[in-house]
Design a protein around this ligand. Structure first.
Ligand code: ASP
Length: 415
């Protein structure tokens, strides 16, 4: 029985749970709230992962740069491109979300009759407070408070410290590398709760809200795909054409395998070997640049995830009736970029990072439950966007530093 359960891929179990939950809720009505606690259990488990996931994957990602000098030519350019494209992506998500709210595609709290849930207090901070708050008083305190921004600062510094310590840093680096792998396994365990959490939450959602909620979710999925396609077809194409000065069609032809694997696995990490192979063999990127940029990118370059975090925050704010100020838009843009950097390249990581963005601007974490059932289908597209971005940045940096064999890229007919 158990064997048969695990033999079904997780995402299929989640989709089945989603459908069953919806059906149960429609029949059961508001009474379905009695099983909501199962979903709350799932959300708590997700929240538990945020601190250790960021801590281990970020430190090990920075330390993977290997040599501080590398941060210069290749790393500096790559990181600049990661951050700039990440910012553009979040703002695209925010723009799509705002458009959807204005066009009435995301129903308001009143229209949807969203049930009362505790709204976290938004952080009312001045810019000076914000600057001060990114420096941790104590790393332990920061972890206990799940204060992600100072945690990221501390993790980055720790990673740089490991690099500066050279040989002496290796044992600690190993600990973080292994910690990052272990946290991915722990995440896998928690993800096994998804079908149950999704089932209970969808029953609650459809039982209390009805068909309107489902319509809102279809719009969210559609906008997620629109945003991702815009990033890939417009932003990456422009990067390849104008910054790398290479033929766009050849670039996309060269990464077809990576696109297929990322879409079906929803994991940048699982796709990493394929992305590397595509970059080296089909795009002619020199091995050292490809290995460095693409493995770093698999952890920190997630434009699809960044866009989605912006979009989903507006979705949650709308359905739970939370007003967002311009200041909070900026906070979202920073946190979504950091969340995308901190997210591990594994299925569902973007969902976990929502807890970070939502908490900071006062959007109820129940939104996570609301979207969890359709997350996989959006995750597949986010991951394709993330992985194509890694290849695009590697190709662009390699082209800038002269580490690319243009002939090989253009003549790669055998992909
Ligand atoms: N699954 C995505 C990735 O591996 C991360 C996410 O959930 O957005 O790139």
């Amino acid at each position: 029985m158990l064997k048969a359960w695990f033999a079904i891929p997780l995402w299929q179990r989640v989709v089945a749970a989603l459908l069953l939950g919806v059906v149960l809720g429609l029949f059961w009505g508001p009474e379905a709230e009695s099983i909501k606690w199962i979903g709350d259990f799932f959300i708590k488990a997700i929240k538990m992962l945020v601190v250790p996931l960021i801590f281990f994957s970020l430190v090990s990602g920075v330390a993977a740069i290997g040599d501080l000098r590398k941060l210069g030519a290749v790393g500096g350019r790559a990181i600049l491109l990661f951050v700039v494209t990440g910012q553009i992506s979040v703002w695209l998500g925010l723009a799509l979300g705002t458009g959807a709210v204005n066009l009435g595609l995301f129903p308001s709290r009143e229209a949807l009759g969203t049930p009362e849930v505790a709204t976290p207090e938004p952080n009312e901070t001045t810019p000076v407070d914000m600057i001060l708050s990114i420096v941790p008083d104590s790393p332990v305190q920061v972890m206990a408070d799940v204060a992600v921004l100072p945690l990221i600062v501390f993790s980055l510094l720790l990673g740089i410290g490991i690099l500066m310590a050279k040989e002496d840093g290796l044992p600690v680096q190993k600990v973080f590398d292994s910690g990052a792998i272990i946290m991915q396994k722990v995440t896998m365990i928690v993800m096994e709760l998804t079908p149950f959490g999704v089932f209970a939450l969808m029953a609650w959602v459809s039982g209390t809200l009805g068909v309107d909620a489902l319509k809102a979710l279809s719009w969210l999925v559609l906008l997620n795909y629109t945003g991702c396609l815009l990033i890939i077809l417009v932003m990456y194409s422009a990067m390849i054409k104008f910054l790398a000065k290479l033929p766009v069609v050849d670039f996309f032809r060269g990464i077809v395998d990576a696109i297929a694997v990322s879409y079906s696995t929803a994991s940048s990490n699982a796709t990493l070997p394929v992305t590397l192979r595509c970059a080296e063999r089909n795009l002619g990127v020199r091995n050292s640049v490809a290995a460095f940029v693409i493995s770093l990118g698999a952890t920190i370059n997630m434009n699809g995830t960044a866009m989605y975090l912006g979009l989903a925050t507006l979705f949650g704010a709308q359905i739970f009736g939370v007003d967002l100020s311009w200041g909070q838009y900026f906070l979202i843009s920073i946190l979504a970029t950091l969340g995308a950097i901190g997210a591990a390249g594994i299925p569902g990581a973007g969902l976990i990072m929502m807890a970070l963005v939502f908490g900071a601007v006062g959007v109820p974490l129940e939104t996570i439950a609301f979207v969890a059932g359709v997350d996989r289908i959006m995750d597949m597209m986010r991951t394709t966007t993330n992985v194509s971005g890694d290849a695009a940045v590697a190709t662009t940096v390699a082209s800038m530093t002269g580490d690319i064999d243009r002939e090989e890229m253009i003549s790669a007919d055998d992909v």
